[in-house]
Write a protein that binds this ligand. Structure first.
Ligand code: HEM
Length: 509
């Protein structure tokens, strides 16, 4: 299956290349396929005259160069990709009808790892969550699991995402990332305490992409063939082990190589040292949602103490042959789901289901899903049509449905699952917030060295915040999570512990 699929994709690539007249080697041509006579000297009016507009090779070469860039991703611009394969190893047909999880199924994948905040060629040493996005080319369509290395997120509602990103991006005035702006925002977001604690630990500076775990962060829904659903979280466990850099190591690595994450992955695959990850799931019955004192569909929370089941293994074994065509034009979207996997009601995920597909219509283009890296191995048949750069080969005049002349059939067994609802529409925060507890549990789980590094990393940025109220509020959040954590941070910042304690006492969890 694996080789057939890739043979098919490979053939498709060759056919696409031939269709555009591209050749691996041979005479140099213009884009219309005509041979080029001179690629070194422009056509000029005599030895001293101006260049001529009729030199179509010169004009076309400059025009194409002028248009080489597409917009970079609005977040996660810096990334590196690799091809591979996922093998399903457990029988979980009781939970999901998704074929990608039928035991023994081998599915080609493309993974893109990334940093989040800075631009396309920014240093990979910077503190950030890391993206871990996987596109599964399943027989039932593409499924994208667009996750991060850390298992939670800063916010729980998509409506906050653009503001959060604006505060984290470089200042529109200085073009420099500024902790004054970052913590001005986060001092209004107590639910960020858990994620901030993780990202300021050394997990925020991984040693390599190979030595990173991955997480869905959100709960999704697994739906079985009887239409029953359960909530599921996914975790990629690195078989290379989790390895991080401390601040001193970061400075040392950055001084000699700010591409260390990309270089490590590309080099490992080139020398056939293929990285692998096991995929684990946690499962909750719908009735269990009410039994937690926090909301289990809140993306700022993990599900502690819930057993994990291993469901498969992924290997990455092929570098892209062209970074732009594959890594940059790849379009991962939480909306790319397959029967048996659905979004949960997580408010952050609900926004993501819209946002990625939307940005990609702009970033990659209306027909971006026709590109070899994005197109599914499953046949695509619908009435969506036209748009810029459409290179599908459409043979029928039936671009509507239903039709007797060219039936495109619906399959009622593929309908979405149903969710019982009641009540009225609202604009209210979640009821069970519990903003600080899991941050404290994470802190207490760190060993002495990791705690010291976290305090130093966080104090380094918080110490740059000039506004004393912002600093006090941030310290109170960390104190509320854990008294030792907040006290040590306050000491590092030479703050007033009595004030911090009082501010923490007034916080509601
Ligand atoms: C409502 C919250 C969020 C919104 C609106 C959002 C939006 C976006 C957008 C617009 C992109 C660029 C996509 C592209 O140009 O192809 C992106 C990339 C990405 N996001 Fe988010 N994001 C959110 C939260 C998250 C969370 C919680 C995670 C992790 C679970 C995450 C992981 C990623 C990853 C891994 C990428 C890069 C995918 C790639 O490699 O192409 N994002 N996000």
């Amino acid at each position: 299956m694996y080789s057939t699929v890739f043979a098919r994709r490979g053939l498709a690539l060759v056919l696409a290349a031939l269709a555009f007249g591209a050749k691996a080697q041979g005479p140099l041509t213009r884009d219309n396929g005509a041979p080029v006579g001179d690629n070194q000297n422009s056509q000029t009016a005599g030895p001293r005259g101006p260049a001529l507009l009729q030199d179509v090779q010169l004009i076309q070469k400059l025009q194409r160069f002028d248009r080489e860039r597409i917009p970079e991703r609005v977040v996660h611009a810096r990334g590196t990709g690799a091809h591979g394969e996922f093998v399903a190893t457990a029988d979980i047909s009781r939970l999901t009808r998704a074929q990608v999880f039928a035991k023994g199924t081998r599915t080609p994948v493309f993974v893109r790892f990334s940093t989040v905040i800075h631009g396309q060629h920014s240093p990979e040493t910077l503190r950030d969550p890391r993206g871990f996005a996987t596109k599964f080319y399943t027989t039932e369509g593409n499924w994208d699991l667009v996750g991060n290395n850390l298992p939670v997120f800063f916010i729980r509602d998509a409506i906050k995402f653009p503001d959060m990103v604006h505060s984290l991006k470089p200042s529109p005035v200085t073009n420099i990332q500024d902790p004054n702006r970052v913590f001005d925002f986060f001092s209004h977001v107590p639910e960020a305490t858990h994620m901030l604690t993780r990202v300021y630990s050394d997990l925020g500076t991984p040693a390599s992409y190979r030595s990173m775990d991955g997480s869905s962060v959100h709960a999704y829904k697994f739906v079985n063939s009887a239409g029953e659903y359960r909530y599921v979280k996914f975790r990629w466990a690195s078989k290379q082990g989790v390895k991080t850099l401390d601040a001193k190591q970061v400075a040392e690595v950055q001084s000699r190589d700010f591409n260390h994450l990309t270089r490590d992955l590309v080099d490992a695959i080139a020398r056939k040292d293929y990285p692998q990850w096991d995929l684990y799931i946690q499962v909750l019955e719908p009735a269990q949602l009410a039994s937690f004192d926090f909301d289990p569909l809140d993306a700022t929370k993990i599900w502690p103490d819930l057993p994990e089941t291993m469901v498969g293994t992924m290997i990455l074994n092929r570098n892209p042959s062209n970074v732009f065509q594959e890594t940059e034009q790849s379009a991962f979207a939480p909306a790319n789901l397959v029967p048996g996997i659905e979004p949960s009601e997580d408010r952050l995920l609900q926004g993501r289901v819209f946002s990625y597909a939307d940005t990609q219509l702009y970033r990659v283009g209306t027909n971006g899903l026709q590109l070899p890296i994005n197109r599914p191995q499953a046949a695509v048949l619908n009435g969506n049509q036209d748009g810029a750069a459409n290179f599908a080969i459409t043979v029928s005049d039936v671009n509507y449905q239903p039709s007797r002349r060219f039936p495109m059939t619906e399959d009622a067994t593929m309908k979405y699952s149903t969710l019982p609802l009641g009540g009225s529409t609202q604009q209210q925060r979640l009821q069970r917030t519990v903003n600080f507890r899991q941050a404290g549990e994470f802190y207490r789980g760190l060993d002495a060295g990791a705690k010291t590094n976290l305090i130093a990393n966080l104090a380094g940025d918080l110490g740059q915040v000039k506004d004393s109220e912002t600093r006090l509020i941030m310290l109170s959040h960390f104190y509320k999570a854990d008294a030792d954590y907040g006290s040590r941070l306050t000491q590092a910042l030479k703050g007033d512990i009595a004030l911090v304690r009082r501010a923490a006492e007034s916080l509601v969890d």
